[in-house]
Write a protein that binds this ligand. Structure first.
Ligand SMILES: [Zn+2]
Ligand SMILES: [Zn+2]
Length: 499
C-alpha cells in the first residue's frame, strides 16, 4: 500500500511506505574512507557527493553496491554554508552524464551534517530528494530505463553509524530505508548500523563444539564466524578438504556448488565420501558431512555449475566465496560475479609438473585472494580470459605444469590438504580481522618453500580497474543507449529552495 504522493507534496513530511524493505549499502573500505574524509572536513561545512550504485533485491531486502562516486570539490558549489549548500549546475550535469554511461540502475546523492553526530534528514533534504527523483526521472526516460532506475539519498553525521538513507522510485516515494552500511576492507568486513550481531549468543559460548575455536579466536571472532555465510564452489579434492576445514567453525550458512557426482576414482581424495556415495551428487555428500558436526547449519546444496541462476543467487547472498574450481571458464565467471557484488574471493589452484621422464619438477598449490578494491585474480596472474577448451586448451595442457586448470594430476590428497588448510586459515584471519592477509600465496611442496607476494592491480583491468565492474550489481540491467551529441544535461539544480 502506497501513500498518496500528493499528500507528501503538500506537507513535506518524510516519505514512508508501510512494508518497505530494509536497504544495505555495500562499499569498498577505501571508498568509504574517502567519502567520509571528503564529506566531513574539520571546518564543519556541509558537503555532497554523487553515487553510482548497483542494486540487488531479494524477498527480505535491497542491497546497494557502490560502483563509483563523484565527491564535489569546494569549487563545485554556488554557496556552501553550515546547514545548506548548492552545487553548481555544471557539477550536477557532469554527475548525471557520468551516470548515463555507468550502466547502473541507481543514482545516489550523499551529503553530510558535520555539525551532528547523527545525520538526520531535514525538511530541506526531503524536498531535495523529490527534486532529485524528478531530475532522474527525466534522465531515465532518455536512457529508456524508467522501470529500472531508482534514486538513493543519504545523509551522514560524524558518528560512523550516524547515517540515514532512503531508496525511492522515480516519483520520490520511499521503497526502502537504509539500516546498514557494510564496509568490505582488506582486514575484514565491518558493518555499521543495525543488523550487526557482534556478540556471541549465550548458547554458543557454552557450546563445547566451539570451545577450542573460542580459545584462539575469542568470543568476538567466533561471533563473526557464527554470522557468516560462506559459498564453496567446486567440490573436488581441494573442495572436499575445504569443507573438512570449515565444518567445525560454527558458520551460520554454507552454500555448496558443484554439478558432479562421486566417482570411484575420486575416493582417493574426497575426504568424507565412501564407497556407498558413488553416484550421489557431491553437494549432498558434503552437506551430510557438515550436518554431522553442526545440524543447525543452514546448508544449500546446489548440484549445478557457478553459472547457474540459482547458484548465482546464493553467491550474491554469501559474505565470502571460497573456490576450488577446474578450468578458467568457471573461475572467470565467479571472479566477475564477485567483483560485481563486492564479494571477497579465495581461489585455490594446484598442480604437479611431471616431465616426460616421469620426474616430478614441481608440486604444489597457490591461493589467490581477491578483496574488492584490490587486484583481481586476472591481475594476479590467472589467465582467466584465455580459452582452456578446444585446441588452445589442448596445447596449454600439453605444455606441462598448468596451475589450477583441468589438468588432472592435481588430484592428490596431500596437496589438497595443505592448500585447503592454508586457505581456510587465511579466510579465518580475514573474517575475524586478525590482520591483512597476503593476496597471493604459493606453496611449492616439492621444494619445501612458501612464497607470499603482493601484486599491484592494473588500472586498465576490465574487472578491477578504473573502468571495471566492481559494484555494478547484476548485468541484466538494460544496455545503455550510446550517448548522443548535444543530449547531455546542461543545468539541473538539485537544491533550489531557499529557506
Ligand atoms: Zn541535510
Ligand atoms: Zn584486475
Amino acid at each position: 500500500m502506497r501513500m498518496n504522493h500528493a499528500w507528501n507534496d503538500r506537507y513535506l513530511a518524510p516519505i514512508q511506505v508501510p512494508g518497505q524493505k530494509p536497504v544495505r549499502l555495500n562499499v569498498k573500505e577505501a571508498d568509504w574512507d574517502q567519502l567520509r574524509e571528503c564529506l566531513l572536513k574539520k571546518d564543519g561545512l556541509e558537503r555532497q557527493a554523487f553515487l553510482e550504485l548497483g542494486l540487488w533485491e531479494d524477498e527480505t531486502r535491497y542491497d546497494l553496491f557502490l560502483h563509483r562516486m563523484w565527491p564535489l570539490t569546494d569549487q563545485d558549489y554556488v554557496f556552501q554554508e553550515l546547514y545548506r549548500v548548492r552545487p553548481r549546475g555544471e557539477a550536477v550535469a557532469h554527475a548525471y552524464n557520468a551516470f548515463r554511461e555507468a550502466g547502473v540502475p541507481v543514482h545516489g546523492h550523499i551529503h553530510s551534517h558535520p555539525f551532528a553526530r547523527r545525520g538526520i534528514f531535514s525538511s530541506v533534504d526531503d524536498r531535495t530528494r523529490r527534486d532529485m527523483a524528478r531530475g532522474l526521472s527525466g534522465l531515465a526516460r532518455i536512457m529508456d530505463m524508467e522501470d529500472a532506475a531508482r534514486c538513493f539519498q543519504m545523509v551522514v553525521g560524524k558518528a560512523p553509524s550516524g547515517f540515514q538513507g532512503v531508496l525511492t522510485d522515480l516519483k520520490g516515494v520511499g521503497i526502502g530505508e537504509l539500516n546498514a552500511v557494510r564496509v568490505i576492507g582488506p582486514k575484514g568486513i565491518t558493518v555499521h548500523g543495525e543488523g550487526h550481531a557482534a556478540v556471541l549468543e549465550a548458547g554458543l559460548t557454552r557450546d563445547p563444539r566451539l570451545d577450542r575455536n573460542i580459545r584462539w579466536l575469542g568470543e568476538d571472532g567466533q561471533a563473526l564466524l557464527a554470522n557468516t555465510h560462506v559459498a564453496v564452489a567446486g567440490l573436488g579434492g581441494a573442495g572436499a578438504m575445504l569443507v573438512a576445514n570449515l565444518r567445525g567453525l560454527g558458520l551460520r550458512e554454507v552454500t555448496l556448488i558443484d554439478p558432479d557426482l562421486v566417482e570411484p576414482s575420486n575416493l582417493n581424495r574426497l575426504s568424507g565420501a565412501g564407497r556407498k556415495d558413488v553416484g550421489l551428487a557431491k553437494v549432498h555428500v558434503f552437506k551430510r558431512e557438515i550436518l554431522k558436526v553442526r545440524p543447525e547449519t543452514r546448508v544449500n546444496a546446489l548440484a549445478v555449475g557457478v553459472e547457474d541462476t540459482e547458484a548465482r543467487a546464493h553467491i550474491r547472498r554469501a559474505d565470502v566465496v571460497l573456490a576450488a574450481l577446474d578450468g578458467m571458464g568457471p573461475r572467470a565467471e565467479l571472479q566477475v560475479l564477485c567483483a560485481r557484488f563486492l564479494k571477497p574471493l579465495f581461489d585455490l589452484g594446484s598442480g604437479i609438473l611431471v616431465d616426460q621422464h616421469r620426474t616430478i619438477k614441481r608440486m604444489g598449490s597457490q591461493i589467490i585472494v581477491y578483496i574488492p578494491g584490490g587486484p583481481c585474480l586476472a591481475c594476479q596472474g590467472l589467465d582467466l580470459f584465455r580459452p582452456d577448451s578446444g585446441i588452445a586448451g589442448e596445447i596449454r595442457r600439453r605444455t606441462g605444469y598448468v596451475v589450477g586448470t583441468d589438468f588432472t594430476p592435481t588430484a592428490v590428497a596431500t596437496i589438497n590438504s595443505v592448500a585447503a588448510g592454508w586457505a581456510v586459515d587465511l579466510f579465518i584471519r580475514y573474517l575475524t580481522g586478525m590482520g591483512p592477509i597476503p593476496p597471493y600465496t604459493e606453496i611449492d611442496q616439492w621444494a619445501g618453500t612458501v612464497r607470499q607476494i603482493s601484486i599491484m592491480k592494473k588500472l586498465s583491468c576490465p574487472v578491477c580497474g578504473e573502468a571495471g565492474l566492481e559494484g555494478k550489481g547484476e548485468d541484466d540491467a538494460k544496455p545503455m543507449s550510446p550517448p548522443e551529441e548535444g543530449l547531455g544535461f546542461e543545468i539541473l539544480d538539485v537544491s533550489k529552495e531557499e529557506n
